[in-house]
Design a protein around this ligand. Sequence first.
Ligand code: UD1
Length: 421
Amino acid sequence: MDIYRIRGGKTLSGEVQISGAKNAALPVIVASLLARGKSTLYNVPDLQDIRTTIRIIEHIGAKTEFDAEKNLLTIDATDITNGEVPYDLVKTMRASIYVMGPLLARCCEADVSLPGGCAIGARPVDIHLSGFEKMGSTITLEHGTVKARTKGLTGATYKMPKISVGATINLLMGASLAKGETVLENCAMEPDVVDLGRFLIKMGAKIEGLGTERIIVNGVEKLNPVEYTIMPDRIEAGSYLLAGAACRGTVTVTHAVPDHIRALIDALTAMGFTLSETKDSVTVAPGRSLRGLLVTTTPFPGFPTDLQAPMMSLMATLPGISVIIETIFENRFTHVPELLRMGGDITIEGRSAIINGVPKLLSAPVMMSDLRAGAALVIAALAAEGESEIRRIYHADRGYEKLCHKLQGIGADIVREKGGM
Ligand code: UD1
C-alpha cells in the first residue's frame, strides 16, 4: 500500500483547479441508467469511488467508456437488468444503494447488498427503503441483501424523518419515472442534490423545488439520454482552502462555486483570515490576528460534516480555543487520536471536540481511517514541523483527484511512495 511522505512547514501559495464533484458525479452516473441510450458526462473526476460505481453499473448491464485523462464518461444504458450487485463492490461505498431507484423504476426489482462506506457511524438506509415502500414497493432483507419489488412505482407524499442526502437522491430518481405526483418533504438541499435534479430535468423529468426542503416530482413515462457537465467539488475546494489557511499561505481555488462553500468562507473570515472571491474562485490569505471559533456541522447551507475533520486540523494550529459540534454523524472523530500523535491538544466530549490551539504541530507517522479524516491528516502534516508518513492513503484516493500533484503545484513537499502497511 502506498504512503504519503510530507515535509511540513512550507508556506503554500498559488492556484488549485478544482475537479468535478464526487458526490454529484456518483448519483448522476447512476441516474444515467434511467434512460435507454447513451449519455455523455463531462468533468467526471478520476477517483476510486467513481471507478467502483462504473463497475457497479456495468454489472447491471450498462456499457461504459471512461477517458480518465479527459474526465469524460459515456454510459449506454439501453439494456439493464437486476443483476445482484455483489458485496465486494458495494462494501467500500455507501452510494451503491443509489442503484435501487433506477432498478426499481426500470426493472421493477432491485437486489442490493447492504452498503459499506466510510466508518463514520451507523449510517442506516431505512429512509431510502421507507420512501420506496411509500411509492409502492415491498422490501425484504435476506442474507445481507435488500430485495425490493414493485408492480410499478407510484407517486406518494413522503416526509423524510431526517434530512438525508442519499435518500433524497434515491427517491428523486425513482419518482422521476413513477406514475403520478411525488411530494418529498424535509429534503436535503445540498448542491449535489440540485446537480442531480438538473441532470434529471435535462433528461426530461418534471421536478420543482430543487434546493428547497420540498420537492415535487411529476413522473414521466420515459427519460432521454443527454450530455451533462458535473459541477465542481465543494469539499475538495474547501479542503485546499483549509490547507492554505493551516500553512498561513495564499491559496486560490479555481473552477469553484463560492456559494457552495459560503459556510466555510464565513468561518475562515470569522477566524481572522482574509477571503476574496470571484464568480468561480475563492482565495484565502493570512489575516492579522487569528483566533479559534465554534463550528457546528449541519445540513446545507450549514457547515458541511465533510469539512469537519479538515477544519479541525486548522483549528489545532490557531491561537485559543475552538469547538466543533458534529451533529450529522455520531462517530466522526476518528482523526482525533492521530492529531493527538501530532501534538494536537484536543478533547472529545460526546459529539463535541474542544481544540486548544498549539503553536506548532509536530510530524508523526499516522494512519487514515476514512476519506475526510485522511484529508485532515494531510493538512496537519503540511502545517507540522518535520517529516510525516501517512498510511492507508487509499482512503484519500476515494475522493481527491491528483491530490499529490495538486499540492505540489502550490509548493507542498509531498511525495507518494510505494510500500507501508
Ligand atoms: C452524503 C455524502 C457524505 C456526507 C453526507 C452528509 C455522498 C456519496 N455522501 O452521505 O459525503 O457526509 O451526505 O452531508 O454524497 N440516515 C439515516 N437513515 C437513512 C439515511 C441516512 O438515519 O436512511 C442518517 C445518517 O446515518 C446520518 C444522516 O442521516 O446520520 C445524514 O446522512 P445522509 O445525508 O444520508 O448521508 P449520505 O447520503 O450517506
